[in-house]
Design a protein around this ligand. Sequence first.
Ligand SMILES: [Mg+2]
Length: 267
Amino acid sequence: MQSIEWRSSNVRRDFKAALFDFDGTISLIREGWQPIMYSYFTKVLSEVSPNEPIASLETLVREFVDDLTGKQTIYQCIRLAEEVERRGVKPEDPFVYKDEYNRRLLRHISHRVQALQSGEADPEEYLVPGSVELLKDLRQRGLTLYLASGTDHEYVLEEAAALGVGEYFNGGIYGAVRDFKSFSKEQVIRDLVLPKIESGEALLGFGDGFVEIENVKAVGGIAVGVASNEKDRQGIDPWKRDRLIKAGADVIIGDYRSREALLRELF
Ligand SMILES: [Mg+2]
């Protein structure tokens, strides 16, 4: 597979701002979150509906988790609660599901953050390759950089600092808050990014999830789909690629090793 797969022509613009997703797009600290969410949600559903085949529950969970990737985690938990209710059982508050998911995920990743903070781990191990060079390059071109994530705000700040990338986001870092209706990537674009640029056409978006690609395309921007293979740190994740194309990505890459050729076409 070629390292840059163009899906659109006419992508050259006078970009003024870039919006980045965090997990899977810059950070690999949360690598492995998907299987943790899939297995926990499948377990919840199989307990309320023991007669349904596990495989079909797994497929259902995977579909809705992936569709909602990029939104705050709570939306995936709200959907889980709806699926529990649909099976005739009173669900937990979605925040209960979210807390349990976070507990399981943190067990898997907290040593990574600690190793970064203590200097034991090299940030390079937990970055999509070429991230820092790309951020530097875009800043040198005068773009304002924004980071918007569906992960809780305090974790995004902590993990961006641990990776040494926080300083590049001169437009700000935005993450999920408990009052979930007061935050979305769409709101960040509409309320913070668009007022500062002439039009959505001057917006360049980077993301590995459905939602951010859709949001950037909705305002007329150019969307780079990052089909990162989070485990191997190279190549393309075919599942992500497929989703990103469906969301309307203008170009697919696996990481930023090919950033020079990518930016040559875009600028
Ligand atoms: Mg992501």
